[in-house]
Design a protein around this ligand. Sequence first.
Ligand code: PHE
Ligand code: ZN
Length: 853
Amino acid sequence: MKDAAAAQTGQTIYLSDYTPPGWLVEDVSLTFRLAPDATRVLSRIRFAPNPEGTQDRFFLHGEKLKLISAAIDGTPVTPDITPEGLSCAVPEGAFTWEAEVEIAPAQNFALEGLYMSNGMYCTQCEAEGFRKITYYPDRPDVMATFHVRIESDLPVMLSNGNPIASGEGWAEWHDPWPKPSYLFALVAGELVNHPDTFTTMSGRAVELNIWVRPGDEGKCAFGMEALKKSMKWDEEVYGREYDLDLFNIVAVDDFNMGAMENKGLNIFNSSCVLASPETSTDANFERIEAIIAHEYFHNWTGDRITCRDWFQLCLKEGLTVFRDASFTADMRSEPVKRISDVITLRARQFREDNGPLAHPVRPESFQEINNFYTATVYEKGAEVIGMLKLLVGDEAYFKALDLYFTRHDGQACTIEDWLKVFEDATGRDLTQFKRWYSQAGTPRLHVTESWDNGTFTLHFRQETPPTPGQPSKQPQVLPIAVGLLGPNGDEVLPTTLLEMTEAEQSFSFEGLGARPVPSILRGFSAPVILHRETDNAERAFLLAHDTDPYNRWEAGRSLAKNALLRMIAEGMAPDAAYLDALKTLLEDETLDPAFRALAMALPSEDDLALTLFEGGTTPDPQRIWEKREEMREAMARHMPDLLARLYAAHQVTGPYSPEAGPAADRALSNAALALLTRLDGGERARAQYAGADNMTQQLAALSCLLSIDAGAQELQSFYEQWQHDRLVIDKWFSLQVGLARPEDAAATAERLAAHPDFTMKNPNRFRATFGALAMSPAGFHHASGKGYALLADWLKKLDPLNPQTTARMCTAFETWKRYDSDRQAMIREALEGILAQDGLSRDTSEMVSRILN
Ligand code: PHE
Ligand code: ZN
């Protein structure tokens, strides 16, 4: 049988097994002699025994390295080498390790370690990629200063920190800040830069650069502005100043994730930094701004203070996501950002938390850490910080953060360290709050009310369903923001924070003149699923009167959801009360157009499927898709004149600007266009397509046309216009799959995979094709089973090249237990087929095994 695969699996690593490193590194010098098939890496590492560790066995991580030579204090040594690394006898006390290894970046398609992308060398070391570059204690609690020499005939050679010397064919860099190996980076290539400067709050000038391939210079200006805004915001809001004289960003086409926060040398997936009005949508601009901010904010929350071990990943990621969300809220609209984040949280994190891959924000075990860069660690991790801030208040939050930065600067920390600064700064006991980090699963919050002679009482009950390895749960601390509205719509109790700690708990409000309508979980103050018996009249009342914009949106969403569920389960017609309420809201010109655009979006197919499943009904993806289509049709027919007015009134003319204001107008007009297209046969969309001078308008128009099967010509001309631009062609791939009718989705993906522009080696292109299939529930789960078989086939092909992206895309199958037995059988077969593949990666085998269990 498959020995390689067997050897790769079953090695589980536990948080409880943590031991401090036996040796610490004082200083590292690396020399890279770059060559595509035989790069030589020379290392000189100063080791010293760690007084807090034990010196029983000297071990250095190293994978797929060819050892050329090794020496200790100048004397050659012959270490014991395994596929995971080497061990060796070492002197007592401090010593110098020197080694030379050979690697082949041009053969590295996993995009981890040192690899090549369009002739450019670049690295990706988080989480455990440095061990593919040289032998090293590749764990985040070993922090050292790095000196790097790069030798190549390429014009641009970059590493972390500051440039110290360079000459013909070489460059040297020094990073004065001690860092773990996962933050190491190197880039070399024929690159051009977009330069700028930033003066910090203490008056230091910092040189900024965005490095790109020639031809992409025109797509850097927006990212640069976002970087400067981020630097300023972190100074103003968190008091954090940048700490080097230089900050470099590099755009790379082949990248597994969004971007990486390497110290002083952030590396970005080009889709997450390059932007221009002609090639990027409003959504792209907003995302780029957020990711630039995210990576920049890591300089303090991640780089200066890092994680002790990978179980603590949420320490840097949850906090940094929380920080970038606050930044976006400040730069744009706070309620719109909150609503969008909740939509994503429900779509991705609730899905994960309610299936076989559910895990705590701080997992307790893993086989492959790359599989834990999840919505739970990132997004739920950020929600946990948001709850903490709500509970202690803004002032105490920033006091605790100041303490965190002073107490732990330069350290590799744990969640215990993080919570302790809050306990010390506020005097609060956070023992129970800590369950948010250890218990997986989405809490259900059930609410009932009673009214007695001027006293209104809310009765809450919380319960978290079992998740893998956690059959029973303890009550968690839930911050529940509530307000009360009087019968005439006036607010009789402004937002008040209730702190629920018990499994069941009631809160009373006295001295009220009439029975109020409660507005519960304002701002989505806790990541829970709220269960409350209510009716459409009350939902419509909240939609009209709630002072909390988030809950106003939520009232509209629950009207829509309820109507859709009844259409699906009972064959009801689209609910007129919902359509009327939506119309009233859309007519309200005092409301932010972005908010109105969000109010027009229906709950996702996946969200509906989860709710049906929870209620004991087996969801039928095809029927869910059809009923959403029917609802859209009804929306269009219910308010054609209003839609036409909104479409015309919010079309932005004049030069394109990616700012929140015009973007909001475009969002509303394009949402109106999507509905109008169902009535006018695509007339308006065709005109918009023809006249568009920016990607937002062009792509929206093309989507509208494809959704009514009327865009063949535009699709072709779009390809011809943009075939030179990889990022735009990604959109061309994903749009066709995403907008195909359910019965055609798999066939479309299959056809596009045969297109000359398709390549498995570029993760963006692979995701544009097969990620789009996985994200179209009705297409992916089509009763023919073709979607399952096709995806499984391609994942089997991708795994030998790129395990990380393969494993991540296996999450397409994570909802399988919700569906009928025919679908389950087909999915099981697909998953077992993947698992049976010879030499399957540890990444994919862990993922598929967890999904199957
Ligand atoms: N640390 C990166 C971020 O969140 C994500 C990442 C993880 C990138 C692993 C590459 C590899 O900003
Ligand atoms: Zn991050």
